[in-house]
Design a protein around this ligand. Sequence first.
Ligand code: ZN
Length: 442
Amino acid sequence: MTPKTKIQKEVARLSATLRPISDAQIEWAYKHCIEHIAYRTKNGTITCSDCGHVWHSKSTLADTLCGCRCPICGAELKVEETRKRTRHQTRYFCVITSRKDFQVIRVAQVRYESRKGEPMKFYCTEVVQRWIAQDGKVTDMALLRGFTFCYCDVWALDSNMEVRPYNSLYDEVVAWSDVYPRMSILPQLKRNGFKGNFHGVSPVRLFKALLSDPRMETLMKAGEIEEMKYFLSNPVTADNLWASYLIAKRHHYKINNIGMWCDYLNMLKNLDKDIRNPKNICPNDFIKAHDRVNRLIDAKREKARAERERQYEIERREREQQRLLKEKENEDKFIALKSKFFGLVIADNELTIKVLESIDEYYEEGRKQDICVFGAGYYRKENTLILSARIDGEIIETVEVDLRTLKVVQCHGKYNKDTEYHDRIINLVNSNAKLIRKRMTA
Ligand SMILES: [Zn+2]
């Protein structure tokens, strides 16, 4: 990628002035970053992975647990009883240097290929440069990432070191890296508290933080390393609790476990307690206070749950009440509309045609006959009278009479089908319309 911004152009220009990774640095990486193996067979033959020298050792495998030294090349070797004949490994190391106003982290990949009995082949290639400006902003130079290459090699090793957009792989290789001990550090980083120790934090992360976050500078200078590491990894907590942390420090409060203390403060906050009040945040017996608020949180949660259940029960009862009221209302309405017809029976020598006398009877009629007399709410209809034509209590057809004309408008058997009694029922009801009219005028 062609450098575009002013800072990218500056980084590309300065990068060209860096000397290649030096022989001394490569020598260091060879010694420190890769495993040097003594291949040992069961009968005690040992082969040096570095120079390929073979010798016989009378010592047992247990004797050589701490390693051995090659009598020819002098390499310190890790003894492995193995039948394997080859080995390869890829590692990364960082060279930390500075150029003008930039702190530079150069990452080189080292690879070795060892074949039993031959001198080890060793390669070193610089793959990434991370240029950290004085405001903590990072510009990255890197080789092209390869996708089609051998699994251990994520770089296109013959590509150019160029300014490239950020890729999380750059963070990863720095994090995996050993750091070459001789470093050149920007004066500003030294002023901000860096004394050469990364305390297990990745160099890029630590430098960025020290250059751009005054809180990390404060912690570094005060030697509060655990606190610094914790706040670095928990930036949201750092934002939320930094003021409280400063108050605790002002009261010379000793925090033994920063993670636990921050949890404690978050719990206090959850309980709506003032986390700027030293009385709350600097308890004499921290463990006791921590456990107490923890229990309070549990109790709060339990209370909220109980309250939700109570509320649900209230609502359930209200709904049930509403339902019963509605039912009662329907029933009352039905009685007002239809009770004057109760007891009305039209019959011949076989059929008995009776008025349905409750909403339950509508429900039963509908259910037994598979018709919608209940579902469609016929019991609510003002100008309609529903009768059930039966023989020996068995429902034959269900009849609807229009109370305005006193004529049958519907008459159906099970599944809305007509039975052999269909016409006979209609005629019987129509010819007895006077019985219905009598009830209406009564
Ligand atoms: Zn050797």
